[in-house]
Design a protein around this ligand. Sequence first.
Ligand code: AMP
Length: 602
Amino acid sequence: MSIDPAAELPFFYGSISRSDAEQHLKLAGMADGLFLLRQCLRSLGGYVLSLAWTVEFHHYSIEKQLNGTYCIVGGKPHCGPAELCEFYSKDADGLVCALRKPCLRSPDMPIQLGVFDSLRENMLREYVKQTWNLEGEAMEQAIISQAPQLEKLIATTAHERMPWYHGKIARQEGERRLYSGAQPDGKFLVRDRDDSGTFALSMIYGKTVYHYQILQEKSGKFSMPEGTKFDTIWQLVEYLKMKPDGLVTVLVEACLNGKAGAKIPSLPATRRANGYTPPPRVVAAASNSAAERDLLPMDCTGFNAYHNPNDLKKFDIKRSQLLMDEVELGSGNFGCVKKGVLKTEAGQIDVAIKVLKNENEKLVKEEMMREAEIMHQLNNPFIVRMLGLCNAESLMLVMEMASAGPLNKYLSSNKDTVTAETIVNLMHQVSMGMKYLEEKNFVHRDLAARNVLLVTQQFAKISDFGLSKALGADDNYYKARTAGKWPLKWYAPECINFHKFSSKSDVWSFGVTMWEAFSYGGKPYKKMKGPEVTRLIESGSRMDCPVACPERMYTLMKECWTYKHEERPDFKKVEESMRLYHYSISNKAKPEGATATAEPVK
Ligand code: AMP
């Protein structure tokens, strides 16, 4: 996984050397204006533009400025590498020529990861594991969904977890620690200088301790005096292990802070070994209080599975375990949904309870059992989990609670505070949940903004599996015998014309759900009736781009509305597009005071 802002550019090669870049240009024919982009091996976050002109190579450094913009030395600033390349393709503006033809990476050639990329990857994993006690699939999902936010968190706190970080100790104490035990050249530690929030690096060389101040720019970047600038102290330290950058020698060995045995910092006290997190609903992160920053999905109970994996088969909930509130959260086809609390050995969980309205109707009961059967097989942070069934005064389906309610309602009543960036984040999570369903061969058949529930403004879950089907191992679609009460405006042509439902028809519905989200809960196809919508689609027309919708998101929506399902992207592809866009806008420099939109709106 790479979250380089250039990752999606087909002419970006990652961390390749100058001679490799020249080789690629040569192989591609050396036409005038042929160009590629690569990662700068010297400065973090920078790039190099390699360009062919009159059978010669020209390499231009692109620096990442302190305010997050990118520019070729002496040139104009641009908010991302893509924008910069687009600019120079129209105007040479000081280069030997304008960029004319991208030298494309071949499809089987991955972007070359640089030394910091792999360090960053490991760091992300370690951080998520330690802070939220997540592992395996839950950890992967947390990282994929929140990588840009995690990177920012890590940039400010990662060093606190390093064995070489000694916190606030006096210079003399630093010396004492370095002199105790072996004293090899390059043994080092980092300490807080005083209460000013600045840091010092102390190291041994030739049995003498040297102290260096670590400089920090206003923007937060760290460096040695006149040295390379880094986003985090740990990256600076890693760099100084390779290059002295003004020090007497490179850093070799960490002087341990004594907490090495406790490499895993203390976990939130509320965490239990089986992965269940009892209330309070929001868990404070280990070192940086969740209260001080935006809540991430992983801060909420309900990100991780509630059940002990060995306990997965448990289906029945005793009535005595359930407290039911009078508060109704909503109502659906076969009854109402009430707020409640589930008492388990490990603690209490806030739950939503779907109560069957008419026990006597056999069909309705069977329907609810089918929904429970489906939900029971699913386990993903972005899908509402079923906790069990309770058969008492009525049949009750007990689910985890998503207290902020349906996405369409939430957005229409919070238009002023929800940014397009937040919507992208939420829709990316929905695409992750749908990708999981696709992989497990389930079709949802009712994906719509009303069926995306929010736990918080930053955490979405897909719900309502009333129409869902598990496909057979060899099937890629479900064929309905008769048409029912169907949400036609969300349905792909093949659903309406041939009653065929597949993950690809869910992709069509995802496009409509995106449209609803970027319209802040608007009603798709306004007041049109189902058959009118069908005619509109058959004629090749599609809904317009919502006002606040970024162009790229509208392009993806239209791809989801590709008429032929064979040509429509699958969720693997949709999730990837959502992810790349989500990462690119989260990494991008924002103009001062920018809030509502992530890129110029239509
Ligand atoms: P449904 O019958 O699944 O369409 O649910 C009807 C309504 O109940 C939804 O629109 C939500 O407002 C509410 N609801 C359903 N499930 C939950 C849940 N897990 N958490 C919170 N509210 C829910």
